[in-house]
Every structure is written in structure tokens, then in C-alpha cells.
Ligand binder design. Sequence first.
Ligand SMILES: Nc1ncnc2c1ncn2[C@@H]1O[C@H](COP(=O)(O)OP(=O)(O)OP(=O)(O)O)[C@@H](O)[C@H]1O
Ligand SMILES: [Mg+2]
Length: 227
Amino acid sequence: MICELLHVHKSFVNNQSAIRREVLTDISLSLAKGQAMSIVGPSGSGKSTLLHILGLLDTPTSGTVMFDGNDMAHHSVNQLARIRNQQIGFVFQSHHLLPQLNLLENILLPTLPLEDKTLKKSARGRAKELLDLVGMADKIRQFPGQLSGGECQRAAVVRALINQPKLILADEPTGSLDEASAQQIGQLLSDLNHQNNVAMIVVTHSLKLANMIGQVHFLEGGVLTTK
Ligand SMILES: Nc1ncnc2c1ncn2[C@@H]1O[C@H](COP(=O)(O)OP(=O)(O)OP(=O)(O)O)[C@@H](O)[C@H]1O
Ligand SMILES: [Mg+2]
């Protein structure tokens, strides 16, 4: 399994009322290498919280988080950061490209902390190949402000892939896009899953995208169910 949650609970304490509310209740899920799944659910149902836990950006209140067969509870902050940087690619609703860097520089950002010299050296070539794959080879020196929303989002997917992660976590990757650009991103993610065998979990409000990606899961009332 690339990632696995066992009986995960997550609760937050409200700053004002001091009341603790459980957002995730006894969530167990597993994702095999190269597998894809999508998660849909109402606003506030805990989808992003779940994705943050899966992406090792947050920890559960109780329960176990496994990545690539290892229990993450035994890892230091630095080890977790390394796994996040090298094995997981994140795509968010807004692209988070830095406006002062051109596309190539933005895409190469996640390669800066890499210790693997071969992977680092080949990054420029990989960035160009990936940009070509998403039809943006001619935009390599453009700045984010000179690109459309859909183009920025495609670049964000490329950036998520630059370190050849085993897992992609996408939170509303098409939320800010029109129908045609959303379709393109959905197709791109689906192709990456089928052709490059990258595992992925995609959170979305769009049932169309959810069905395109893989098995659809519903998160509601803190509970995850399969269609
Ligand atoms: N750091 C936090 N501290 C307190 N409460 C939080 C925190 N993060 C999330 N929550 C609460 O947990 C609940 C779930 O939030 P989450 O962002 O996971 O929902 P979501 O399903 O992603 O919603 P949306 O579809 O609107 O993005 C919300 O009620 C939110 O207020
Ligand atoms: Mg969210």
C-alpha cells in the first residue's frame, strides 16, 4: 500500500467556545501503488483535513497513518518533510505559483532540497518534458501573471510531478476553472495515473471529475463511505 489510514479520528477545539468537535470519525482507507480514488462531500465535511493527514501535513487525534508500509508516528519532523517533498505531489485549488519566478523556475522549486544529485540534475529536462506533455513547452519563460488560470493549474500539476512522487494529493484541482480547462486537468490526472502509475487521491465537488479519476468515496458527518 502506498498509504493507509487505520481508525483515524480528528477533532478540533473551537477557540471561542472551547468545544471540541470531531471532524473525522474512525476513517480507515488504503490506497495501493498506482491506484486512484476520489473523495466528494459537502463543504466543511473534513475533506481537506483528511487530505492534510494523508499528506503528512497534519496528524490525527488518534489512529494510524502509514506511508509506503511505514507507521508515520515513528518519524521525525524532518523525515516527514523529506517524504512530503520527495514522494508526495500536492495540487491545490489555487495554483500557488510564485509570481516573481518564471514557469520553469516555479516548477524546479521542489527540486531545490533534493539530496539525490541525479534526480536534481535531470530535473530541468524532466520539467521540459512534462511541460511538453501538458502542451506548454513554449511557455517555459513566461511568468504566472502572463498565463491563464487553466495554464497555471496545468503548471501546478507539472510542479507536483517534478520529483517523481509515488502519490499525488489534489484538493479541488479544478475548482477555479471553466468546464473545458477542468476537463483538461481531469484528463491529465487520469492519464498520469494510467500511464505513469502514480497513485492519487483527488478531492472535488465535481462528480464528473470524481468519476473520471477512480472509485468515488463520500465524506459526510465525519464518515467515509464508498458509492
Ligand atoms: N485548524 C483548524 N482548527 C479548527 N477547526 C478546523 C481547522 N481546520 C479545519 N477545521 C474545521 O474542520 C471542519 C472541516 O474543514 P475542512 O477544511 O476539512 O472541510 P472541507 O470538506 O475541505 O470543506 P470545503 O469543501 O469547504 O473545502 C470545518 O468545520 C473547519 O472549520
Ligand atoms: Mg477543503
